[in-house]
Design a binder for this molecule. Structure first.
Ligand code: 1DF
Ligand code: MN
Length: 344
């Protein structure tokens, strides 16, 4: 059977080699962030096959990555600087290195325009600089903005970051809110039982971040802004009913000064301002449920290379019992629409 869709993978990671030199300095510096120690202290030092494979794949933008894509049947990767990107650095370092990473990614996209796309890394530490880098990145042929959840414990629900939303909305390019390990004041109960990473902590913290953005009224202020969240929408589709009920009940009873009435229900913003990807979740029931909640034009494919580099998952997703048009939306056209890719 011939395939009538391209497979576009939308949450694929890369990292310039220099990033790891800088991460090593952070890890050796005073009082490093505990989540960061758990994450990159592991990947950069573990002799395990998984860690070595991931480290080896992250910095490669050449033949090996293309071969891995061919082996798995991935037509295009939409890449982003791996989490936590530059958000772990001081502001000056973060601004400077975001540019370095974007230059390297844009160069790879120019070399392989039919196989690679890339998102723009920004330093939320400097919102005005981030807005400028979004412009520069788009001019270099990148598309979409990658932000790895909180920045040293600060959330984009804080209006001091909203220049970034204004810039993304004005440029009509989406923001991918990717996970990070939880901040210092949240991570301990996750860390002590080994649930701080992609197994659970990532999703909880990023789901919280997305909800903070919604309930802060960001989409009433920036109604055209589009965001993307991975890992089956960090489980938010499953929460939608309860979020709507309890948000309304909370507003109605004036329980918190911080919880204000919104123009729409929380789930309306999920449907109208978010795309979700299935990164890390090759599971038909969750994908179909999310399509039911958000619409089949809002759920798209991601592999999460190299963190979840599994060819069998592609086969599983190909075999989903799903309307052929919806399957093409899932693998191809939703990504083309969300990231404004040239139509195949
Ligand atoms: C992991 C997973 C690491 C994902 C990631 O970036 C990441 C992991 C550092 O398994 O440690 O992007 N992920 O999105 O699931
Ligand atoms: Mn990821």
């Amino acid at each position: 059977m011939t395939r009538d869709y391209l497979r576009i993978a939308t949450e694929e990671a890369f990292a310039p080699k220099e990033l790891f030199d800088m991460y090593r300095k952070v890890l050796q510096g005073p009082d490093p962030d505990p989540g960061f120690v758990s994450l990159f202290g592991f990947y950069m030092n573990s002799p395990s096959e998984r860690a070595q494979h991931i480290m080896n794949c992250l910095s490669d933008l050449g033949p090996q990555r293309l071969q891995h894509m061919d082996d798995c049947g991935i037509d295009r990767q939409i890449m982003a600087l791996t989490s936590p990107g530059v958000q772990i650095f001081d502001a000056d370092t973060a601004v400077a290195f975001a540019r370095v990473a974007n230059d390297e990614l844009a160069e790879a996209v120019r070399r392989h325009p039919t196989r690679y796309s890339g998102m723009i890394a920004v330093a939320p530490q400097r919102p005005a600089e981030a807005a400028k880098e979004i412009e520069r990145g788009l001019q270099m042929g990148l598309t979409g903005v990658i932000i790895n959840s909180h920045t040293q414990g600060e959330y984009l629900s804080d209006p001091k970051f909203w220049d970034i939303f204004a810039a993304a909305e004005a440029a009509n390019t989406p923001i991918y809110l990717h996970p990070n390990t939880a901040p210092r004041n949240m991570i301990q109960p996750f860390l002590e039982c080994g649930l701080d990473g992609a197994i659970y902590g990532f999703g909880v913290e990023t789901g919280l971040h997305a909800l903070r953005i919604i309930t802060a009224g960001v989409f009433d202020r920036f109604p055209k802004l589009q965001m993307i969240i991975g890992h089956m929408g960090e489980a938010l589709p499953f929460w939608a009913y309860r979020l709507d009920y309890m948000h309304e009940a909370t507003v109605r009873s004036n329980r918190y000064l911080t919880v204000k009435a919104l123009k729409k229900k929380p789930s309306d913003y999920l449907r109208e301002n978010f795309y979700i990807t299935n990164s890390g979740v090759a599971w038909e029931p969750a994908i179909k449920f999310s399509q039911q909640v958000l619409g089949a034009d809002r759920v798209m494919y991601a592999m999460d290379y190299p963190y979840q580099h599994v060819k069998a998952e592609v086969d599983t997703l190909d075999a989903m019992a799903m309307d052929a048009a919806d399957k093409k939306r899932f693998f191809q056209t939703n990504a083309e629409n969300a990231f404004h890719l040239p139509k195949a």
